[in-house]
Design a protein around this ligand. Structure first.
Ligand code: CP
Ligand code: NVA
Length: 307
């Protein structure tokens, strides 16, 4: 089987995502019924983290165990990666010892260099530019609640970061629209977002205008990991970009609210919204587990006929 990696959302096509969502539904149901499903017995996942994580780490580690395999957590603090071992060398060694690898790191180039030298599939657990596993879970969650995402309007409020970039790539694959509203100076950079050049997003100066007619409103921290030096400046610059009840009221009545978490109540979102009836953030977090199990199954076993 040819090795595949999942480094950006556009590494897969729409049919592959539909297959993954199909498998996710089945895998989730087995899990909820307390039925064992161990297709990855004796397989090992290495999890390399150069940044903090709760959901990504836990969902990959628990997910691999639930599929019958095992997972090893490697942080930069304890490995030779933290002492300057070249990424290429680490990839050559680690990929001779395990079956699949997930990495959370800084510049996207690092994971690309790693994948080029890996003998086994590599999954992006977040880079400065992309967070494909997050949007895999987010779209699955949207579909669970509202059906097809095609033709819908998703509004992104705040920083045009790794999560936003991944929504933009997904829009081109699933054919939906993204309205983005950021403070001046924080707009989408199409090249950094890795867009094909098609027209699936629109920038808005006013967040209230961006939210109009949205089927889903979503946001994220104002300061992503690795950008902590900009914390105070960003707090000032983003002050008018809090998703509050008044902003949500501009969206469709049945609009959902998502946030990849962790959240800062009173900054990018008000408690009233994230803890309110339109919010599906806990389903969204849980679905990281189920979608990534389907992803690991796919990368290791290819398409399987069990349903
Ligand atoms: N959403 C997300 O990736 O969360 P963690 O940083 O906790 O992994
Ligand atoms: N944009 C955030 C996402 C955290 C899951 C970050 O990169 O820190």
């Amino acid at each position: 089987m040819q090795i595949r990696h999942f480094l950006q959302f556009k590494d897969f096509d729409r049919l592959e995502f539909e297959y993954l969502f199909d498998r996710t539904r089945w895998i989730k149901n087995e899990f909820k019924q307390y039925r064992r499903y161990w297709p990855l017995t004796d397989r090992t996942l290495a999890m390399i983290f150069e940044k903090h994580s709760t959901r990504t780490r836990l969902s990959f580690e628990a997910g691999m165990h639930q599929l019958g395999g095992s997972a090893i957590y490697l942080s930069t603090r304890d490995t030779q990666l933290g002492r300057g071992e070249p990424v290429e060398d680490a990839a050559r060694v680690i990929s001779r010892m395990v079956d699949i690898i997930t990495i959370r790191t800084h510049e996207h180039q690092i994971i690309e260099r790693f994948a080029e030298n890996s003998r086994v599939p590599v999954i992006n657990g977040l880079t400065d530019e992309y967070h494909p596993c997050q949007i895999l879970a987010d779209i699955f969650t949207f579909i669970e609640h509202r059906g097809s995402i095609t033709g819908k309007t998703i509004t992104w409020i705040g920083d045009s970061n790794n999560v936003c970039n991944t929504w933009l790539q997904a829009a081109e694959i699933f054919d939906f629209n993204v309205h983005v509203s950021t403070p001046p100076g924080y707009e989408v950079e199409p090249e950094r977002a890795g867009l094909y050049g098609t027209d699936h997003y629109e920038q808005f100066v006013s967040p209230h205008d961006a939210v109009k007619d949205a089927d889903l409103v979503t946001t994220d921290v104002w300061t992503s990991m690795g950008f902590e030096d900009e914390l105070d400046t960003r707090k000032n610059d983003f002050a008018d970009f809090c998703v509050d009840a008044e902003m949500m009221a501009c969206a469709k009545k049945e609009a959902l609210f998502m946030h990849c978490l962790p959240a800062h109540r009173g900054e990018e979102v008000d408690a009233e919204v994230i803890d309110g009836p339109q919010s599906v953030v806990w389903d969204e977090a849980e679905n990281r587990l189920h979608t990534q199990k389907a992803l690991m199954e796919y990368l290791l076993l290819g398409r399987i006929s069990v349903r």
